[in-house]
Design a protein around this ligand. Structure first.
Ligand code: SF4
Ligand code: SF4
Ligand code: FES
Length: 253
């Protein structure tokens, strides 16, 4: 029969085996020991940061978690989304939850999707040096330089197409020597495309008419009068579309 000391030793070995290894990282200039295998976002939270800005979807879609980092003994600054990038030993990192690039204001209804529409609001796009830095830093691997070139030519469709997956993280603007706010230029392109190039969605027009005619007013008033408890119960009983299941893959002959 095992002695108590043997049992405790075994338990201690077992604990060591399941404990993740801690690695050292530096967040905004302060050192922390965090378990390896975490994303930067999880490491920030493990270290005690309560993120109000700098986090959103947690799935690589919203662009809120732009991060700049460097690893010891490497002079290069790298970028990544905190929710998608894994920590490394001796990583030095800081977040850029908001990049203060200038954003033009405009009335989309007064614009036309052609000619100098981009240059009018963002004349600095003409200063592009074609260094391609914007493309190299884009976590979405977008051809940013090319959509800026399309904006110079007033090609709304091309700008919208090339920038479709832009997350608005601002990392391109943070490194551009010509101080271009690429993502705002791209957003103007997609807005113009949506307003002037895409046909009106018939089902949305119908729903808009139903709302304007007051078809949902009674239902909305009923919801507004409900208590939190009633709302929660209603929410729990809502209809949920069944998840799509992937058909089992057949063995190939
Ligand atoms: S980083 Fe700026 S200057 Fe360089 S290619 Fe991109 S837009 Fe042009
Ligand atoms: S184009 Fe710029 S703002 Fe958009 S995802 Fe790429 S780096 Fe981020
Ligand atoms: S939290 Fe949304 S992209 Fe990272």
């Amino acid at each position: 029969m095992e002695t108590l000391v043997e049992v405790l030793e075994k338990q201690s070995e077992l604990n060591e085996a399941v404990q993740p290894r801690l690695i050292s990282i530096s967040i905004a200039g302060k050192r922390y020991a965090v378990p390896e295998g975490l994303t930067i976002l999880k490491a920030l939270e493990y270290a005690g940061y309560r993120l109000v800005r700098g986090v959103g979807c947690r799935g690589g879609f919203c662009g809120a978690c732009a991060t700049v980092y460097r690893v010891a003994d490497d002079y290069r600054l790298k970028i990544g989304l905190a929710c998608q990038t894994m920590i490394e030993e001796n990583m030095y990192l800081t977040q850029i939850p908001f990049y203060p690039a200038q954003k033009a204001t405009y009335d989309l209804r007064a614009l036309r999707p052609a000619g100098d529409v981009f240059i009018r609001f963002y004349p600095e796009i003409l200063r592009c040096l074609q260094c391609n830095t914007c493309r190299k830093v884009c976590p979405q691997d977008l051809d940013v330089m090319r959509y800026i070139a399309a904006a110079q030519r007033g090609e709304v469709d091309r700008v919208a197409d090339l920038s479709f997956d832009c997350l608005q993280c601002g990392l391109c603007a943070s490194r551009c020597p010509a101080e271009i706010a690429h993502y705002h230029v791209a957003q103007l392109g997609r807005r113009l495309y949506g307003r002037y190039r895409q046909p009106l969605a018939a089902h949305l027009s119908r729903r808009l008419a139903e709302i304007t005619e007051g078809q949902f007013d009674d239902e909305l008033s009923r919801l507004q009068r409900m208590s939190r408890q009633e709302l929660e119960s209603l929410y729990a009983q809502r209809e949920i579309e069944p998840e799509e299941t992937t058909p089992a893959k057949k063995d190939e002959d």
